[in-house]
Design a protein around this ligand. Structure first.
Ligand code: PRX
Length: 612
């Protein structure tokens, strides 16, 4: 059923080999390496969303329902839309998942494989007593079983709880306790972290272990073998018909204060997943699509699973960690056409240098996207130079459940902007009373409630949910932004990150962008530091590029450079050089942590901190 393949070594794979003969070799002129791709690629023929203005004017979410499969009486199941319906639409034998493990072994699962495997897992879950509404979590690396499990949970009507595999025991405990999860699926390598907190989880009845040997499993502790469960389970399962407002997944995200909060999303979200994957990701029938985000984060769940599969797209997943060469090789080996990644990853690729880019073909790529944090114009320009493609930034959040603002393929990309609100989305910039501000004015980024994937509640925490609607008539994102005359949105920072220095409002993003334009600077994180004279001064923490020598002279030069590049009032009066910056697992620089360290304050929830 599953097609497992030993790796064709990436360097021997067809596309890579072909391409290597076409690009300059390491030995050839450096100047040539550093030059642009010869041809800036044009976006192919037509984008799925061809005419922004007309569609924006005419579109209603109601009309999008016709693209999805509903059961009688308006019932729906997101997993049915992602997998089951492809059994009868000609995609049964199409590869749904190209899964590359950390040893570069490739495993392929067709939609039919996924259908049968998820049916087996759904039956197994039901045999354990899992019912509609129960929370079933998974603590897994990016392996095919993660994808099978997600779909299976949704088919049963249970609520899927993604957990990032790098979480430690405390992070696990917070989430499993708060959600009162009944079942968790994990691996022998990750289980020890769970074992540490097991006695604090009275509601957790079953631990399903993928790839565990029978003897190592403690039946008394409810431990079961995934493989055995599936072996004894039927391949047929009647997908549960859900009310569109029934919960689909529960994803924890960190706020400014307190423990992580459980954001609840529902089956009806699939309408939003589907339409945005079509418009923003621009997925077509023959695409090979790679979303680098882990499904432990919202991008990996929505745009690594439900969105692309609702369109019947072939998805790539890679178990390994970031490595510039491995990533480029993967793109060439699987001929990835659409690539959804994050600014930090792009900055790290940029740091790895142009030469390594030009040692790969990357000719299959036709569309590149980025999300999760500000995408510096510098990176967009670099993308044009080395990939011959603009990088399409887009904006959304765990809470919004789908992309809301995007640089669409049919519109010109403005480097540094997040793009325009999608059809069906009314976004605006308002003051604290909800009054809409004119173009160019900085304010709160808000959205009119009612898009299909909007969070439905915060798990067991109505007051936290209500906070999102504290500005009457709007969903408050917690971000600050401004809009230009053409309706493009520009991110400034989290509402609580904006710096006010000597009465001037300064966005840390602007300063960070300016800093990384300096040739010595690889990464930058900027905070406001209290200052008697100016209220706040700007402090920058920077990571230097490899081989650059730190020193007072360089610091002064960078200050002067920023002053010149940006504005006299907006340069960092203090610069501290560090070996690395604290980042979340999804790649955002944790300014909050920099600030806490700087001021000697408690660091709060650091469960999403990326370890170096
Ligand atoms: O501050 C914004 C930033 O990431 C936040 C949402 O984070 P999370 O819920 O983890 O979801 C990330 C992936 C969807 C936002 O409030 N953010 C997201 N996209 C952008 C961004 N900041 C700047 N530019 C973006 N394109």
């Amino acid at each position: 059923m599953k097609v497992s393949e030993k790796p064709e070594k990436a360097s021997q794979g067809g596309s890579t080999k072909d391409s290597k003969s076409k690009v300059p070799s390491k030995a050839s002129s450096h100047v040539q390496h550093m030059s642009k791709r010869e041809v800036i690629k044009k976006f192919p023929v037509k984008a799925n969303l061809e005419d922004y203005a007309t569609t924006y004017a005419a579109f209603s979410w109601e009309s999008a329902r016709s693209e999805l499969a509903y059961f009688a009486g308006g019932k729906i199941n997101a997993a049915y839309n992602a997998v089951d319906r492809h059994m009868n639409d000609g995609r049964r034998n199409k590869v749904a998942l190209y899964s590359v493990d950390s040893n570069n072994n490739l495993e392929k699962l067709t939609f039919q494989d996924l259908y049968y495997l998820s049916n087996q897992m759904s039956n197994a879950l039901q045999s354990l007593g899992v019912e509609k509404g129960d929370r079933v979590f998974f603590f897994l690396p990016r392996i095919p079983e993660l994808y099978v499990t997600t779909i299976a949970i949704a088919k049963v009507g249970a609520v899927a709880g993604p957990l990032f595999s790098a979480f430690g025991p405390d992070a696990l405990c917070d989430r499993l306790q708060d959600s009162q999860a009944r079942v968790i699926v994990t691996t022998p390598a990750l289980k020890p972290k769970l074992d540490e907190i097991r006695d604090q989880l009275p509601d957790l009845e079953h631990v399903i272990v993928v790839g565990g040997s029978q003897h190592s499993l403690k039946a008394t502790a409810g431990e079961l073998s995934y493989e055995e469960l599936l072996e004894g389970a039927s391949q047929y399962f009647e997908c549960t018909q859900m009310d569109p407002e029934d919960p689909l997944y529960l994803l924890y995200t960190s706020g400014t204060t307190g423990k992580p909060k459980g954001v609840v999303h529902v089956h009806n979200d699939i309408i939003g997943h589907h339409m945005t994957s079509k418009w923003v990701l621009d997925l077509r029938e023959d695409d090979i699509y790679w979303c680098t985000a882990d499904p432990g984060w919202v991008t990996g769940t929505v745009y690594g699973i439900f969105g692309p599969w609702s369109l019947g797209t072939s998805v790539v997943t890679y178990e390994g960690r970031f490595d510039a060469v491995d990533w480029y090789e993967l793109i060439d080996r699987l001929r990835v056409t659409v690539w959804y990644t994050a600014p930090t990853a792009l900055r790290m690729l940029m740091k790895a240098g142009d030469e390594v880019v030009f040692e790969h073909s990357l000719q299959s790529l036709r569309h590149i996207l980025s999300v999760g944090e500000p995408l510096n114009p510098e990176v967009v320009r670099w993308g044009m130079k080395v990939f011959g493609l603009p990088i399409h930034d887009n904006w959304w959040q765990t809470e919004t459940g789908m992309q809301l603002i995007a640089n669409l393929p049919c519109l010109p990309v403005k480097p540094g902007s997040m793009g325009k609100p999608l059809p069906g989305i009314q976004a605006s910039v308002v003051d604290d009373h909800g009054v809409e501000l004119a173009p160019g004015q900085l304010g709160r980024l808000v959205v009119r409630p009612g898009w299909p994937a909007m969070l439905r509640t915060i798990w067991k925490n109505q007051p936290k949910f209500d906070e999102y609607f504290r500005i009457p008539g709007w969903y408050f994102s917690g971000d600050n932004a401004w809009k230009d005359e053409e309706g493009y949105f520009w991110f400034v920072g989290r509402a609580d990150d904006v710096i006010n220095t000597a009465g001037h409002r300064v966005g840390p993003f602007e300063v960070e962008s300016a800093l990384i334009e300096h040739p010595a600077v690889a990464e930058a994180g900027v905070i406001g530091k209290p200052d008697k004279e100016r209220g706040e001064i700007i402090k920058a923490f920077i990571v230097l590029n490899k081989g650059v020598n730190a020193g007072e002279e360089l610091i002064e030069e960078i200050k002067e450079f920023t002053k010149k590049q940006l504005a006299a009032h907006a340069y960092p009066r203090e610069i501290e050089i560090r070996d690395s910056l604290p980042k979340t697992r999804s790649g955002k620089i944790m300014r909050r942590l920099l600030k806490a360290w700087e001021l000697g304050l408690p660091t709060g929830d650091t469960s999403s901190l990326e370890e170096e």
